[in-house]
Design a protein around this ligand. Sequence first.
Ligand code: SF4
Ligand code: SF4
Length: 427
Amino acid sequence: MEQRRYKDIVAFKWGQGAPLAFHARNLEVAEISDDAWNEMSASEPSLAGAFKALTNWESENSPDVKSGKLSVGIRSLTINVTQICNLKCTYCAAGGDGTYGSAQTKINVEKTLPQLKLFLERIPEGGSFNITFLGGEPLLYPEGIQEIGNYVRLMTAGRDITTRFSIVTNGTLFNEKTLSILRQLKANITVSLDGPAEINDKTRPTRNGIGSTSLVVEGLKLLETCRSDLGSLTLHGVFNRENLEIAKAYEFFQSLNADRYEFTYSVEENDDASNKLYVEQMNDIAAKAYALGGESELRKITLFNQYFNALDNQQQTENFCGSGKSFLVMDAKNNLFTCPWEVGNKEEKVGENTNVDFARMENESAPLIEKNNCQNCWARFMCGGGCMFIHKKGTGSKHQKDGQFCYRTRSLLGTTFIYYKLSRASC
Ligand code: SF4
Ligand code: SF4
């Protein structure tokens, strides 16, 4: 798509109808005239007529825009209840086998509860607290999940705090016992799955080399019997140069009756050709989804849903994630880190047991779009400065942007604007 820019307006020529423009601060999408489009590339644009309207729009600051500033204070905690796994995925970023290089069968719950108390006491009335159970494979220690869940509910009972529980699982261990615990917590469930058996069995084999897909499909059938007692169900695939079969994964996911689908480009991957292919494939499934069921089908794909929400609410984002500000990870040895992929990295360790460096979090409060020098990027308030872990993998520094990440983000935002335009006749 050809693209032109005037200050905080970026415009796209997309082959159908008038050029489409995006206001980077106001998060507004609108058609512009061909005259305005032509003036955008003129060396000395005429400040009259069509271009004048564009400059007026650019200078507006909409009162409906919601600030993306993030207040410091831990509201989300990911807990590695195990650091072992029954699978051995080819791209596992948790040390290659779910252990992060240091296997731990079970988290010590006696040590975990006082840590939780420390965070819960700091949540203001009217606030929220989100816990995500991760591993290794978290359902290898369901009793730990139950004890932690019970404790958080007990500690928040009678207080005006919203608690949400989520789990990221390989989906091979759903049974009566594990599902009963997840139902008690009304947990949102994310199942990792990279596509149909011919793909997923290769990328996500069990430890003894047998494919895991049939176990996941059986588990999802069981889960279906108690769906109404659970939160949302998301299927999550990871893609890299070894597997870019996103269209096949999308087709397979559609047969499994989930609420949402996630197609993530591996945080470990750094290959330019694969990156471009990933964007092409995402564009292909967006077209398929929209043709199949319009906005609602497209929004089953989490990325597009997130962008549509931001545009509908004119909600800016100044931090791609809350890493080290509003979000921490507890490993299975009760150490605290800023990011799931930084478990074990001393530089990103911010505490152990009840000894937590809250001062460091205060010092991290500057928005990522500033720290990462994204002030001139038109995508900044939709992106929030990007994933620090991916930046570090690509450039060696978590605050130095990875070009491939930026390409993916801006390309898929361009795609989003088109479907947003098609879905919102009036914009
Ligand atoms: S990380 Fe890249 S795409 Fe995101 S805001 Fe910064 S420059 Fe823009
Ligand atoms: S830095 Fe990246 S990988 Fe780490 S928590 Fe943030 S988004 Fe996730």
